[in-house]
Design a protein around this ligand. Structure first.
Ligand SMILES: C[S@@+](CC[C@H](N)C(=O)[O-])C[C@H]1O[C@@H](n2cnc3c(N)ncnc32)[C@H](O)[C@@H]1O
Length: 257
């Protein structure tokens, strides 16, 4: 299975189903953002500190695997020059819809987050990469490409899942509330899930995920050349695991001058 092609269809499918991460912001929210009242997320709940952006007006932002008409329109309405890059045409369509509705200027590009070939080196001030790198099998090229397209001194703001949260049997957790350790890290749903479970996800058109490791999520950023400057953890009340561990991480990293 070609994971990129599979996840493109699966995310198009999520848009038809109205999954939470495909619902665009309202006109009232972009109007507020135009007046300086705005916030965006890299992880499910906590707003990204405004200080992580610096002066937003005129900031050249690449929203990496960040379509869905959510962060792009808010950042654009707040005054940034926004390009949204994503694998799903339907998700990119959400940003185009909001752009037209609220008279924003958002450029959209369809492509793979691991290959930003059509983007010139050093052409962005900030890369905004919300929780989405679980949809690729190797995250290291994503960090290298983000580094390449940033100008020296520019920042990468990234959200990702806590790799350790993938050790549990989530079906058992959802259905019976039982937390049973089942999978080894790194865990890849495409190759490591039992055949019947994988078949069910595929039949349901659900996107497929990979856990990655701390070495790839943090070490990968450092090896790409970034300096890590800040981080926070977040959770998600919809998961029973949230009572026991933080499920998401956000990092701010800088490409050195
Ligand atoms: C959970 S959504 C994230 C976007 C959302 N606006 C948010 O608030 O987090 C994951 C996104 O990753 C995109 N995606 C999945 N695989 C990708 C790939 N290989 N390259 C680029 N984008 C990809 C999906 O199309 C989807 O829009």
């Amino acid at each position: 299975m070609d994971l990129r092609a599979y996840n493109r269809d699966a995310w198009n499918n999520q848009v038809s189903r109205g999954c939470r991460w495909t619902i665009p912001v309202s006109a009232a929210e972009t109007e507020k953002a135009k007046n300086g009242e705005w916030s965006v997320v890299l992880t499910p709940k906590l707003p990204v500190p405004k200080s992580w952006f610096g002066e937003i007006r005129g900031l050249k932002i690449l929203g990496l695997a960040s379509a869905g008409g959510q962060q792009g329109p808010i950042l654009s309405a707040a005054g940034a020059d926004v390009t949204i890059y994503d694998n799903s045409p339907a998700q990119l369509g959400r940003d185009q819809e909001v752009s037209l509705r609220d008279q924003l200027t958002i450029k959209t590009i369809e492509g793979d987050m691991a290959d930003l070939g059509e983007i010139a080196s050093e052409s962005f001030d900030l890369v905004f990469h919300p929780c989405s790198n679980g949809y690729v099998e190797n995250v290291n090229p994503v960090w290298r490409e983000a580094f390449r397209v940033l100008r020296p001194g520019g920042h990468l703001l990234a959200g990702f899942s806590n790799p350790d949260s993938f050790i549990f049997d989530d079906l058992l957790m959802e259905e019976k509330g039982i937390m049973e350790v089942r999978y080894k890290i790194p865990f890849n749903e495409k190759t490591d899930l039992e055949k019947n479970r994988l078949k069910k996800l595929v039949t349901d058109g659900e996107p497929l995920l990979c856990s990655h490791t701390w070495t790839d999520q943090i070490g990968g950023q450092l090896r790409a050349g970034f300096h890590l400057v800040d981080m926070y953890e977040d959770s998600w009340s919809e998961s029973p695991l949230a009572d026991f561990m933080r499920l998401f991480v956000a990092t701010r990293a800088q490409k050195p001058l």
